[in-house]
Each structure stands twice: as structure tokens, then as C-alpha cells.
Design a binder for this molecule. Structure first.
Ligand code: AMP
Length: 185
């Protein structure tokens, strides 16, 4: 199964992504995790990415697209993957489409995890990651609305988008996700 997981920061994507990849045995491709690991190792890409991440801005498309195209060609992705945090812009989405077409590996479904803004602010304030400071949170949510929300329409047109209500307990939300995924293959 090949899945894209989209949702604003604080929607609970990370928690649900872990459950999805373990239940369906998928490779977990989280660009946020990859960038944080690169930053911790102080690689060239990591140091560049860190500047953007700490201010709540997106890392440039060409950097992210390069990282993902390497990763998609690795062996563990052959049996399926969950893209978590990618694509986040239209150029990333079209670049991904090209990669998948070339590999003849179309997407099965795009999951959107939807949570009202008020609830997102509350959850992010509690989380306390380096990029969860109030002014950065505001930035990340507006970048999501401006740059990532338009992707939803892009995937509606491809008849791939399924929206999941992201409010409720972790288990309730996962049940909703499973219901959609079990129908998508
Ligand atoms: P996340 O853990 O998915 O919330 O990502 C944390 C940060 O990493 C984001 O706020 C961005 O600065 C950067 N990032 C992760 N994925 C992408 C992406 N697909 N495009 C641009 N920046 C990204």
C-alpha cells in the first residue's frame, strides 16, 4: 500500500503514522524525522534545514525532493510506504507524481487528518518541541494553510483524498483510519 498522510502540525499525524506503519508493515517516510536526524548529525543538509525548521518555514523544495527520491528507491519501500510530511507544496506533489509514474507505483490513498485550529494551538503548546514556541506555531500553521492546504484539492481531483476526523482518542482515530485503508486496497 502506498499512502500520503497530510495534516497540519499538531493534528496527531506522528502518533497515527506509527500505528499505520506497524499495522500494515509499511516503510515510514517522515521528512521531519529525516531532517531532525540530519540536523542532529550536523550534516550539510541538516544544518541548512535547521535554520528553516526553527523558524517554522519550509525547507526548499529541491532539498526535500532530493531526499525523498533517494529514499523512495530503497528496497524497504518496494512493499509499500507511508509518506508523512511530504509532499507539502504543489511542486513537491508534482515531483512525486513524476517519480511514482516512472516507477509504475501509483498511490492508493491520500489521508487528511483534520483538526480545528483552536485544538491545534492547544496541542502544540503542550508538546514543547524546539519548533513549538508560540510565535513559531503561528508561522507553521499559516504556512500549512497557504502552501499545504491547496494540495487537498489537487488530490481530490485525482480521486485519492480521504478526510479523517482527527478529534477523539488515539484508538478511535486509528479505527477511522483503518476503515478507510481497508477499503482502499
Ligand atoms: P514535521 O515534523 O513534519 O512537522 O516537520 C518539521 C519541519 O521540517 C517543518 O516545519 C519544515 O520546516 C521541515 N519539513 C518537513 N517536511 C518538509 C517538506 N516536505 N517540505 C518542506 N519542509 C519540510
Amino acid at each position: 500500500m502506498r499512502i500520503i498522510f497530510i495534516g497540519p502540525p499538531g493534528a496527531g499525524k506522528g502518533t497515527q503514522a506509527e500505528k499505520i506503519v506497524s499495522n500494515y508493515r509499511l516503510a515510514h517516510l517522515s521528512t521531519g524525522d529525516m531532517l531532525r536526524a540530519a540536523a542532529a548529525e550536523k550534516t550539510e543538509i541538516g544544518l541548512l534545514a535547521e535554520k528553516y525548521m526553527l523558524s517554522g518555514q519550509f525547507v526548499p523544495d529541491d532539498v526535500i525532493i532530493g531526499i525523498i527520491s533517494d529514499r523512495l528507491n530503497s528496497l524497504d519501500c518496494k512493499t509499500g510506504f507511508l509518506l508523512d510530511g511530504f509532499p507539502r507544496t504543489l511542486p513537491q506533489a508534482t515531483a512525486l507524481d513524476e517519480m511514482l509514474q516512472k516507477n509504475k507505483t501509483p498511490l492508493d490513498v491520500v489521508l487528511e487528518l483534520k483538526v480545528p485550529d483552536q485544538e491545534l494551538y492547544r496541542r502544540l503548546a503542550e508538546r514543547g518541541r524546539a519548533d513549538d514556541k508560540p510565535e513559531v506555531i503561528h508561522n507553521r500553521l499559516s504556512v500549512y494553510t497557504e502552501q499545504t492546504a491547496p494540495l487537498l484539492q489537487y488530490y481530490v481531483k485525482q480521486l485519492l483524498l480521504k478526510t479523517i476526523d482527527g478529534q477523539g482518542s488515539v484508538d478511535t482515530i486509528f479505527e477511522r483510519i483503518k476503515e478507510v485503508l481497508d477499503k482502499s486496497v
